[in-house]
Each structure stands twice: as structure tokens, then as C-alpha cells.
Design a protein around this ligand. Sequence first.
Ligand code: OOG
Ligand code: NI
Length: 455
Amino acid sequence: MTLSLVSPDDIRSAFSQAMSDMYRQEVPQYGTLLELVGAINRRAMDADPRLAARLHADDETARLDIERHGAIRVGTAEELATLRRVFALMGMFPVGYYDLSPAGVPVHSTAFRPIDEASLKRNPFRIFTSLLRLELIEDDTLRRQAAAILSKRDIFTPGARELIELGEHQGGFDHEQAGRFVAEILETFRWHRDATVDHDTYRALHDAHRLVADVVCFRGPHINHLTPRTLDIDAAQAAMPDYGITPKAVIEGPPRRRVPILLRQTSFKALEEPIRFAGAEGGTHTARFGEIEQRGAALTPKGRQRYDELLARSRQAPAATDNLAHQRQLGDIFANFPDDEETLRRDQLAYFRYRLSKSGRERLAAGEPAPREAEALISEGWVEATPITYEDFLPVSAAGIFQSNLGDARPRAYAGESSRSAFELALGRPVYDEFELYARWQNDSWERVRQQLGL
Ligand code: OOG
Ligand code: NI
């Protein structure tokens, strides 16, 4: 008997939906965020027919309503490596390395996400996944205690472990197995009211760093937020209070621009939730929050370098206390960063996807000879270029999101190097390079155009 295997894209979609349903039950404010974002997106498309047309042309409207990312934090190499195997079965692969220790957060991270264009279109679900860096806990005894606690837990159900083996062995799942797989994996991300440690242990770990307590004291890496994608984050930020939600003071990332670039994010503060310690004493824990994102063009290494420089400059100025002032400051600093598609493309600051235009297709069908040069093909309207959407994250923004949830204590940078090779060793493979992926899409799209034109 041959198995009929379900596409990993379908498993990812089912999983993303199951996570969303679970999180909506667990954190009702998340449902409110979805409503708010849905309303803002409809308004943004009504107000800007060109934007709506482009999103349609790129097949992005279909993914917009289901698009979200989540985040989790794990404690050991084994947990991270097993998650890599789980996500691979859903068509999600580790892209990028993010070191958050310079910002005073003792983790390093990657994002599991689809890496080919068709899968991203189908469902771009991503999980920002952080590994605790126990070596950054200064106190030897506490560090050893944390490691001992982590070594005793298994964040996967026995059923999940069996299915991972089976899926790898078969090269996928049939329909029934896929359903069970999603249900078993969901358990890993569920919230647990019961801590695995007593109050004193929690306190000691919490005093080392709030994130240490969050990672070490529970049975599993509860999903800590799910983030819908909006087309207008400034409007979303402004509307949050109307929906009874208090946003963090400023939107992270680049300023508002005519051509959005990279990623802009805002969040609401983590909730203080009741928990029970071992020994039945009650207390609270603060981990889960809500976030909204807006995605723009993926920048080339050259564009990204310029972004990083301008962002660093903006951070030297005293921090603005409200978003409007912050956006004004940022806008001034980014004034020289080109803000039209033509220049972003010609200066090779952003990645573009090329395709034959309607008129190009008509002229081709009529037998008109096409110019040979790329720029002529574009300026004469044969070929259209649209910015490629950024599918990844930003370390400084991520640190800002972490920090808005860590109380107002001034973050203290950890000394010591970034440790990408240690992360990859724990993960069990190198992470994909985001720039290579975008460059490949850009090149592939040109190649397709050239083939269509017989060049
Ligand atoms: C992850 C924070 C970073 C983002 O979107 O950049 C993040 C976390 O709090 O675990 O979610
Ligand atoms: Ni996030």
C-alpha cells in the first residue's frame, strides 16, 4: 500500500490555525487584535486601490488574513534540535541568526519559516525561536540548578516523539497522521498554570533574569504571542486604545514611509497571570503579550547596512516618549534613505521581483521584438518590478519587544561574543542566510522573464 502524503504546507496551515484558536482561547485580547487588524486592513485597501491591486497581483491578499508569527523560548539544545525536526515536517526551516545579548536579553534566536515562494504564498507562518544562554547566568549554583531542572523535563508528548520519527521515516504524513501530529505538537505550546518549581526557586531564577524564570520554571515553551500583519501600523497603534489595549510607547523599526521597508512592530505589555508553584502556593507570572507587524521591502546587504547605521544614529538621540515624536525624529534621520521604488531598485538597496507586464505579454504575442537590456525592458514597460516582501525579523526591534515586557529596569548588555556557531551546533544545522534567499528569488524572477522573451 502506498501512502498518500499531505503537503507540509497543509500541515503548517492547520498548525497555524490550531495555534491561533488556542491562543485566542487563552488570551482573549489576541482576538481583539485580530478584529482591529482586520478592520484596519480593509480600510487601508479601500483607501488605496493601487495597494490593493498590487497585493492582489502578488497573491498577497489571500495570505494576509491568515498571516501571523509566533514566538517561543526554549532551554536546551535537545529542545531546539527537536523543534527543528518538528518544523521541518511543516515546511519551516531556520532562517537567520539573532543575537540579543548585546541588548541585555540572555538568548539567541532564529526564525523557522517557509523558504520557497510558493509555500510562503500558501501560508507564511513563522516562529521566532529563542534559546536561553545559560552560560550568561553568573551565579554558578543557580546556573547548575537551572540546567538540572531543564534536564528533567520533556516538552514533547510521547505521541509527538513517535510521530516525529514516523514522519521522518515516511518523508511526511498521511491525512490522519497529520491531524494527530498537529494535535500532539500543539501540546508543546500550551500555557501551564502550574510551575514546576517552588516559589523560592522561581524567585531566584527571576532575579537572575525574568526570562530565565520564564524558560526554566514551566513544563513547556508556551507560545508567548501571535502577531497578525497589518497594512497600516500607525493606524493600528492609534486605534489600540479604542479597543481597550494600551500599546508600547513607540513602533519599533523604520519610520513610516511611502515605500515601506523591512518590518515595523508594536505590542501591548505582557499580562500578569495567576500561576501555582510546586507546593501549591499561588503567585503570578508575566510572559504573554500581543503584537502587530507591518511588512515592507526586503533590503539588500547594502540597504540593510544603511538601515542599521541610521537606526544606530537614531538611538543616540534621547528617546521620544510618544510615537508621533518618535516617528518625526526617525523620519528626519531617514530623510536621505531613498523612498521611491525606482531609486531603491536602481541603487540596489532593496530586492525586487520581475515579471512580464500585461503590455509586455501583448507585445510579445504580437511578435514585437523586445529590447535586450534590463533597464530598457523596464523603462519601456515590458517588465514590472515589485519589491520583495521582507519575511524575517530585526534584532534591535526584537530586543525592544522583549524589553517592553521586562519591566522598566534598564537593560544591561551581556559581555561576551555572539555565538552563532554554538547556536548552530545546538540546532543541529546551519541557519539559512536570508539575503541568499531573497537574491535567489530576484534572480529566478529575471530568469523567468528572459525565458519568456526568448533572451
Ligand atoms: C520574542 C521577541 C521578538 C519579534 O517579533 O521580533 C519578537 C520573544 O519575546 O520571545 O517577537
Ligand atoms: Ni514577535
